[in-house]
Design a protein around this ligand. Structure first.
Ligand code: PLP
Length: 465
């Protein structure tokens, strides 16, 4: 592709991008497709001869995009909603053009240093101590895997089976990390939660003591700040004290809620985290950075290097290393994307105050939605609203709630997800998209109310409690 052909095609692509972002509300949030539709539609063999960009682009627009779930849609309220902001997209585009691979400092000096700079700014905004070393991973799952590998390294050589502790409500990525790091399936302890879905420290203590008495080797504990189902906060200060007493690696999974600590009023959530060995949070969840980018901090970077270093550098890398920070020495991956660029764009474009205002707005909208819901006779809140997620249910059976969720999602006007809390099915409305407005939230509330099933359905003008 000649530079001039590239220029013309890129202009066309950018025009499409700007239109897409402008018109995102007109796209159905969930595509009208069945499994295998795209596979059936596209050729089974790749083209023998190259095709024109126009032909490729036409299929992109007409075949690929209509088959996607639109995560950028302001009424995408499922899972943890997120968004690709303008500056984040620009950073992503430029990183693709540069094709930088800062596996070593020498192979991308500015890219390697920008990673330290942008994670340093973020660390300061989060109020984490200066000794935390930052590194970017693709996802929180990968970051947590690395934390467990380091925890295993720190535990030293032992014949006793390693045991990892987390809560019943931990994200599945914690279990996967433990399994991938070699922890036996039966040696992952899911500590019970209290009434507000927080790990019970006394149960953690009792489990560690029982394991020690039985000849196991407790080595790692993973509390969550902002659990996936309900955004509950495990009590990190108490858990940190237990971890310290028993010499356990403390890894804090703050994938979703972490960015909230940028706000003064949420600084408290990181209490105790100064004692953590490692922490992960996801700018690709609640910090307007396009997937993927996970920010990982550790006070003990040397343990990662030790866990992953070879006795001798391979011949093809001899002499390539320098005294500067070589990021691949801390990760399983050798090659790495220039992810820091999009984060740097986002942090600079919005600034700390700008980001805080948007996050605050999301929390406000979640509370407004929750207040309306709590005041309505047919609905109840299913968990405290700590951040921008509301867990709720219609008063009725699990089946009725599942049906309500289906009905809402079938309209294509909003997309919510579900989970189970205290043994009951509940709906989740998560606000995290940069374009979501109060009107989006209010109209979704009206939509939900209008779909309450008969015969209990209320007239439109039903009084609110
Ligand atoms: C609390 C928590 N931890 C970890 C993850 C996994 O994040 P990732 O998709 O970046 O691996 C999630 C995903 O929703 C999460 O909610």
């Amino acid at each position: 592709m000649s530079p001039e052909e590239f220029r013309a095609a890129a202009h066309q692509a950018v025009d499409w991008m700007a239109d897409y972002l402008r018109d995102i509300r007109d796209y159905p949030i969930l595509p009208n497709v069945e499994p295998g539709d795209l596979i059936a539609r596209l050729p089974k063999q790749g083209p023998e001869h190259g095709e024109s960009i126009d032909a490729i682009f036409e299929d992109f627009r007409n075949v690929i995009v209509p088959g996607l779930t639109q995560w950028n849609h302001p009424r995408f309220f499922a899972y943890f909603s997120n968004s690709a902001s303008g500056p984040g997209i620009l950073g992503e585009m430029l990183a693709a053009v540069l094709n930088a691979n800062p596996m070593l400092w020498k192979t991308g000096p500015a890219a390697a240093e920008l990673e330290q700079i942008s994670l340093g700014w973020l660390r300061q905004w989060l109020g984490l101590p200066e000794e935390f070393f930052g590194i970017i991973h693709d996802t929180a799952s990968t970051a947590t895997f690395h934390a467990v590998v380091a925890a295993r390294e720190a535990a030293g050589v032992t014949a006793a089976p390693l045991v990892l502790y987390t809560s019943e409500h931990a994200n599945l990525s914690v279990d996967k990390a433990a399994l991938a790091a070699g922890v036996q399936r039966g040696n992952i302890r899911h500590i019970a939660i209290d009434d507000e879905f927080r790990m019970r420290p006394n149960d953690l203590k009792a489990a560690i003591e029982a394991d020690l008495a039985a000849g196991y080797k407790p080595f790692c504990v993973v509390p969550t700040l902002g659990t996936t189902s309900s955004t509950s906060l495990d009590p990190v200060p108490e858990i940190a004290a237990i971890a310290r007493r028993h010499n356990l690696w403390l890894h804090v999974d703050a994938a979703y809620a972490g960015p909230a600590a940028i706000l003064d009023e949420y600084r408290y959530i990181f209490k105790g985290c100064e004692l953590a060995d490692s922490i992960v949070l996801n700018p690709h969840k609640w910090l307007f950075t396009p997937v993927d980018l996970s920010a990982f901090y550790t006070r003990r970077p040397e343990v990662f290097r030790k866990a992953l270093s070879l006795d001798q550098a391979p011949a093809y890398l001899l002499g390539a290393s320098t005294n500067a920070v070589n990021l691949s020495e801390y990760t399983v991956a050798l090659g790495r994307r220039f992810r820091a660029l999009k984060l740097w764009f986002v942090l600079r474009y919005y600034g700390r105050e700008g980001i805080a205002e948007i996050l605050r707005g999301h929390v406000r909208m979640a509370r407004e939605f929750a207040d309306r819901l709590a005041a309505h006779p047919r609905f109840e809140l299913a968990a405290p609203v700590l951040f921008s997620l509301v867990c709720f249910r219609m008063i009725g059976s699990d089946d009725e709630n599942r049906e309500l969720l289906e009905r809402v999602n079938r309209t294509g006007k909003a997309f919510l997800s579900g989970t189970v809390l205290k043994g009951r099915f509940v709906l989740r409305l998560s606000i995290g998209n940069i374009a979501t407005t109060f009107e989006d939230v209010l109209e979704t509330w009206e939509l939900i109310k209008s779909l309450v099933p008969a015969p209990q359905s209320l007239p439109d003008d039903a009084p609110e409690r």
